[in-house]
Design a protein around this ligand. Structure first.
Ligand code: NAI
Length: 701
């Protein structure tokens, strides 16, 4: 059992003991009801305190139980709360640190609540596409008022206990303790002050009134507001409906309504996607063959080579986390330019009120520069972000091998080069790893951690921890061309090209995939990132891709000098100083002429086909990536696409989405695409992994 029971004189104490956050798993729930039964049976006990050990009162449902039969095994949380409410002896919740979700609902079932200042109070279920399901929507409005409660339930955001305690008329807390340290003693003392009360004298949240003075007019307003902000997600509006039910129905009817809504949301694609994301994010930091307790190297200072676009952004991440950075460049001018860009970025944050002036100064004080490699001899981690040429990387890594201290981690931000080759430039390949940031590196969440053949396990473990410190979502990728993200996007781009050859125009392709939910379609994206980048890569790999079928339209576009927004023209036309993509007659004519050259009679292509070809191209390549062991789990691939490539969050990433569509259906579509004479039949042969999962009736998850 993960709850402890003890008696202190006339007060029984039930303590949840399920680290890390006292999740309300089966064994904790049983622990609470068992303790309660003992307390009620013991004539010496006059009052009961419920609290949590360690770092939380309770963080709510136990994520390890998510979606398993254990979650539904009695006593379920609703039953535990009913048992608390039915207690003939007063129960005091002693809340500290974190009281969220089911944890808060549990406390709302107690007769009294004493909280420590600084406790985070939240009902975050909406973030998983759900509403609170154990009375939160019915009880919270009764203690905080409809508006405050609704704001908390719709946003899922945490509010500090002292803020809530200060609200006039609030009934959430009976007392705020003087400090976190004194909470327990004060809660026991409070319990003694109510000892002996029983029956009607014991207050229950369910008996409090629940009304909004403007009634339905307020809820109409709330629905309009919420609908506008939550277009792809059904849960926020359902939060409003559930709270409205609390104001319109008797308590038990309101509870039934909450349950009905909760159950209806359980299997929405959005909730499934959000819960997948929640789990995949946590799972991404775990590497199958690297134990959780692998000893790590201390990273107290960082060196960055190259003060260009990436070097500057990478440096900012560490400065933001309070870690000193020394940037090395070849020339003073390059250093000056890089530092000026960093300053400009921070100053714009200060101007927009996002960063305090003194914080800005603290961060800049952590930054130093050098032109000499010897100045990097004390750095614990050195990240290289110089030009993307193997020869340049060779020089840099040989220098780093010469000066870096023993045990320093040497990382490359390369996006296309072979990390094993880079590692081989040193005498310490075990210390070399890829840290592939995305641009702008100070903003984008994704970090691909590229594991070389010889990368040491403690280097990987350390880099994953560093990633967390700088607030990145890190995903481990093996070494291959493009790693996880760009290897997949190449197939997606290839499909986008074929679609043009066959009859679509850039604006149609972009619109279709943006309607599906991508932040930006492939052609607008190309114009933003620069079409010349892909062109350069294709030229460099000309020999490798000689046999690969791909559309030449992108090359033709680049031959016209239309690199995108930076040259004022790309797939689209742009007006000076504006970013609006205007369909281009010249480009559309170019595409049409190219079709004629190829002898293709254009056909009308449906938006559905566009979306399927683009997304399933990601899926098939993703499956190959799993087969090759480049990614260790499909959730990692989803994390890459959700955090780095603008895949719609509410669809859960390409692999999750394919599982939802059904791999059988996905494979059937692939086989259909393979018959298209203008496409690449070899590519559309479903990956073995997909065939195998279909045969076994399974999905990626
Ligand atoms: P950049 O051209 O903006 O910056 C490169 C900087 O490195 C320049 O300031 C240059 O003076 C400096 N540099 C070149 N050789 C050097 C040497 N031997 N020693 C010291 N400094 C040297 O390039 P960017 O875009 O920052 O890219 C850097 C690396 O990051 C490349 O490997 C690139 O593939 C990778 N990358 C770029 C992304 C992007 O979107 N720009 C995204 C992810 C990775």
């Amino acid at each position: 059992m993960t709850a402890e029971y003890k008696v202190l004189g006339d007060v029984a104490v039930i303590t949840m003991t399920n680290p890390p956050v006292n999740g309300l798993g089966f064994s904790t729930r049983v622990g609470i009801t068992d303790g309660l039964a003992k307390a009620i049976d013991d004539p010496a006990v006059k009052a009961i305190v419920v609290t949590g050990a360690g770092k939380a009162f309770s963080g709510g449902a136990d994520i390890k139980e998510f979606g398993t039969p254990k979650a539904l095994q009695e006593p379920i949380l609703l039953s535990v709360i009913l048992a608390l409410e039915a207690s003939t002896k007063p129960i005091v919740a002693a809340m500290h640190s974190v009281a969220m979700g089911g944890g808060l609902e549990l406390a709302l079932g107690c007769h009294y609540r004493v909280a420590a200042p600084g406790t985070s109070i939240a009902l975050p279920e909406v973030k998983l596409g759900l509403i609170p399901g154990a009375g939160g929507t019915q009880r919270l409005p009764r203690v905080l008022g409809v508006e405050t409660a609704l704001n908390m339930i719709v946003s899922g955001e945490a509010v500090k206990s002292e803020l809530l305690a200060a609200a006039p008329g609030q009934k959430l807390f009976d007392k705020l303790s003087a400090s976190a340290e004194s909470l327990f003693d004060e809660a026991v003392e409070f319990a003694r002050s109510v000892a002996g009360k029983t029956g009607e004298a014991l207050p229950l949240v369910r008996n409090l009134p629940c009304k909004h003075p403007q009634g339905d007019a307020y809820f109409q307003f709330a629905k309009n507001m919420v609908a506008g902000m939550s277009k792809n997600y059904p849960a926020p509006l359902q939060c409003v409906a559930a709270v409205q039910a609390a104001t319109q129905m008797k308590f038990d009817a309101g509870m039934a309504e909450e349950r009905r809504i909760f159950t209806s949301l359980m299997f929405t694609p959005e909730s499934l996607a959000l819960r997948h994301l929640f789990m995949a994010e946590r799972a991404a930091s775990r590497i199958p063959d690297v134990a959780d307790d692998t000893p790590q190297r201390a990273i107290k200072s960082v060196g960055v080579i190259g003060a260009g676009t990436m070097g500057g952004g990478i440096s900012m991440n560490f400065l933001n986390a309070g870690i000193p950075v020394k940037i090395l460049e070849m020339k003073q001018e390059a250093l000056d330019r890089g530092i000026a860009t960093i300053k400009k970025n921070y100053e714009s944050q200060v101007k927009r009120g996002k960063l305090k002036q003194d914080k800005y100064e603290q961060r800049m004080a952590l930054l130093s520069t050098t032109l000499a490699y010897d100045d990097l001899k004390d750095a614990d981690l050195i990240i290289e972000a110089v030009f993307e040429e193997l020869g340049v990387k060779e020089k840099v890594f040989k220098e780093l091998d010469r000066v870096a201290k023993k045990g320093a981690i040497l990382a490359s931000n390369t996006s296309t080069l072979d990390v094993d080759k880079i590692a081989a430039f040193t005498e310490r390949p075990q210390d070399v790893v890829g840290m592939h940031f995305f641009s702008p590196a100070n903003v984008m969440k994704l970090l691909e951690v590229v594991r070389g053949k010889l990368t040491a396990k403690d280097v990987l473990a350390t880099v994953m921890t560093v990633a967390k410190k700088i607030k990145k979502t890190a995903v481990v990728s093996g070494v291959c061309d493009g790693f996880i993200g760009n290897r997949m996007i190449e197939q997606y781009s290839r499909q986008a090209g074929f679609l043009l050859d066959e009859g679509a125009l850039p604006q149609q392709v972009d619109k279709a995939i943006e309607k599906f939910g991508f932040a930006m379609g492939p052609f607008r994206m190309g114009d933003l990132a620069g079409n010349d980048i892909g062109w350069a890569i294709r030229k460099r790999r000309a020999t490798e891709i000689a046999d690969m079928k791909y559309s030449r339209t992108a090359d033709k576009l680049c031959e016209l000098g239309r690199f995108g927004q930076k040259t004022g023209a790309g797939w689209y036309d742009y007006q000076a100083g504006k970013r609006d993509a205007i369909p281009s007659k010249l480009v559309n004519d170019m595409i049409e002429n190219h079709r004629k050259e190829l002898g293709i009679t254009p056909r009308k292509i449906s938006d559905e086909e566009i979306v399927q070809r683009l997304v399933y191209a990601l899926v098939n390549e993703g499956a190959h990536i799993l087969e090759d062991g480049i990614a260790s789990k499909s959730g990692d691939i989803d994390m890459v696409y959700l955090t780095g490539y603008g895949f719609p969050i509410w669809r859960g990433g390409p692999m999750h989405y394919a599982s939802q569509v059904g791999l059988y259906n996905v494979a059937e579509s692939m086989k259909r695409f393979a018959k298209n004479p203008h496409d690449d039949a070899a590519f559309w042969k479903p990956a073995k992994l997909i065939e195998q999962l279909v045969a076994e009736g399974k999905s990626f998850s």
